[in-house]
Design a protein around this ligand. Structure first.
Ligand SMILES: Nc1ncnc2c1ncn2[C@@H]1O[C@H](COP(=O)(O)OP(=O)(O)O[C@H]2O[C@H](CO)[C@@H](O)[C@H](O)[C@H]2O)[C@@H](O)[C@H]1O
Length: 495
């Protein structure tokens, strides 16, 4: 097998540029692009959501019907789009995907998500055969596509088209398992004919993520440290046994940073571009900070600024920040949070913002422009996550000279070097304990460096700006993982 010549079918529920709610989308755009530039033929399969601009005008490359239940066929079309030179096959099946959002509305998951994403997995296999794109590797991502490896082994095990195909599952976030009852999954007849104890969470429910973990030929967590956490009870969020059973096939591969999108020298979204030298950075960041202050209504002063951009969930560590926020804002400091999600967290942030109008801004939104502005204009970027499989914003922050302040978990541990532990190579600040006081102490440490030693602060910013997390390196590791999947026997059903 010539390794630069693989056919790779990358199946995901979102992709940056077309449909995005979080970091999975960034990976679904950047990794296929990096793999393609290594010479592989890559196709990305996603649902054709209503929100994808121009999707319904994109050319139809396949009209198909897939049998779901006995004698029941579901019609679908495949529309061909492109992001950054990579072909995307969007499954146009309007009853499932023509909705306002991707997964949920008003914080309420769609009632038929089990069926919608079971269909995505089954149709990905159906369409690749009908389009005669014979994949060496099918790369599934998270629970949404966890049934891909399951179906490859339980539906297509004797299909000659897939005789040489192996599957890989990337785990971006094991907290979401995709749990559905057998009764909800009638469109997957394999699951109505018999029970699969190895993917069940109880006699009536299966978890799509367990299906992916049980049946993929190879599995990876999205950072080396996350891969080690996944085999523990705590880090796997209840799936430690499943991951431990596959420990020999589990590796960690850190995500990269797409420097085409995130780079202060070329970023057309930010108010002033800047380079990785002290003068350019100081001027550029100052202009970006002023613009950000104006945009979010903060006092236009030369104050140290902390930023945060995230989904509002406990994962992101807001429960550590909220109790200390008022206390921290007593300092000569500013803080801006851009986020959307949990209404209760949003309400608390709104209240604190109304009490601290000149020093704290909360923008309840999902805004790519503001994400770039915060990365460029802030001095520090907060990621006090309870858990963080990899994290991308800490890498984005670094290249903008915005020092990440992170908890020592998951991929944050693999990517940020703490100032006090290793001043020479430091790129940010790291704290250990999952508690508000530990976060506060780290924030005070960051402030101290900023206020007491501006020259040293700039040196650390330069460290961060010149640190590289290239997708090319990660793609090389995925290529190695694909190779080991291809070398593995087409094993039968796991016990
Ligand atoms: N309000 C907002 N406005 C604008 N942009 C916003 C935003 N909220 C989030 N984003 C953007 O969404 C992405 C978030 O990426 P992360 O990796 O930090 O988190 P996420 O938890 O979604 O991803 C999961 O998958 C990724 C990919 O593997 C892992 O890195 C991560 O640890 C794991 O939890 C970034 O591009 C960020 O800028």
């Amino acid at each position: 097998m010539v390794l630069s010549d693989l056919n790779i079918l990358f199946v995901a529920s979102e992709i940056e540029g077309l449909a995005k709610t979080g970091g999975l989308a960034d990976v679904a755009k950047s990794l296929p692009k990096a793999l393609q530039s290594k010479g592989h033929s890559v196709r990305v399969v996603i649902p054709c959501y209503r929100s994808i601009a121009g999707a319904f005008d994109a050319p139809v490359v396949l009209e198909a019907a897939m049998m779901t239940e006995q004698d029941v066929y579901v019609d679908y079309q495949v529309r061909e789009l492109e992001t950054d030179g990579v072909k995307v096959w969007a499954i146009d099946c309007r009853p499932y995907y023509d909705r306002n959002e991707l997964y949920a509305e008003n914080n309420q998951a769609y009632y038929d998500n089990g069926e919608r994403f079971a269909f995505l997995s089954a149709a990905a296999l159906d369409l690749t055969e009908k389009l005669d794109f014979c994949p060496n590797i099918i790369h599934a991502n998270d629970w949404h596509t966890g049934l891909v490896p399951f179906l490859l082994k339980n539906r297509h095990q004797n299909n000659p088209f897939f005789a040489q195909t192996r599957s890989v599952l990337s785990v971006h976030n094991a907290v979401f398992k995709g749990v559905f009852s057998y009764a909800e999954l009638r469109i997957i007849p394999e699951l109505t004919r018999e029970r699969f104890a190895n993917i069940e969470i109880d006699p009536h429910h299966v978890a799509f993520l367990k299906a992916g973990v049980a049946y993929a030929d190879k599995i990876n967590g999205v950072s080396p440290n996350y891969a080690t956490e996944l085999v523990t009870d705590l880090g796997s969020q209840g799936m430690g046994w499943d991951f431990a059973a596959r420990a020999n096939d589990l590796v960690g591969i850190v995500n990269g940073c797409d420097y085409g999108d995130w780079n202060p020298e070329t970023d057309n979204l930010i108010p002033q571009k800047f380079k990785a030298n002290k003068t350019s950075m100081a001027r550029g960041k100052k202009a970006c900070k002023r613009a950000l202050q104006r945009e979010v209504g903060l006092a236009q002063k030369d104050l140290p600024m902390f930023g945060m951009v995230c989904r509002l969930t406990e994962q992101k560590g807001l429960q550590y920040l909220l109790p200390i926020l008022n206390h921290f804002l007593v300092n000569q400091v500013q803080l801006v949070i851009v986020g959307a999600g949990d209404p209760a967290i949003a309400q608390q942030l709104r209240t604190i913002a109304s009490e601290n109008e000149s020093s704290f801004a909360f923008v309840e939104a999902y805004s790519n422009k503001l994400a770039h502005w915060v990365e460029a204009g802030a001095d520090f970027f907060l990621m006090p996550s309870e858990f963080e499989p990899c994290g991308l914003n800490q890498m984005y922050s670094m290249v903008y000279g915005t020092l990440p302040l992170v908890r020592n978990v998951g991929g944050l541990k693999d990517t940020v070097i703490d100032y006090d532990l290793n001043p020479e190579f430091a790129t940010g600040f790291v704290f250990e304990q999952p508690e508000p006081m530990a976060l506060l102490v780290a924030m005070q440490r960051a402030l101290l460096l900023y206020a007491q030693d501006p020259t040293e602060f700039k040196r650390v910013q330069m460290n961060a700006m010149t640190c590289r997390f290239d997708w090319e390196d990660s793609a090389q590791q995925y290529q190695d993982l694909y190779q080991s999947a291809l070398a593995s026997h087409k094993h039968g059903l796991p016990a």
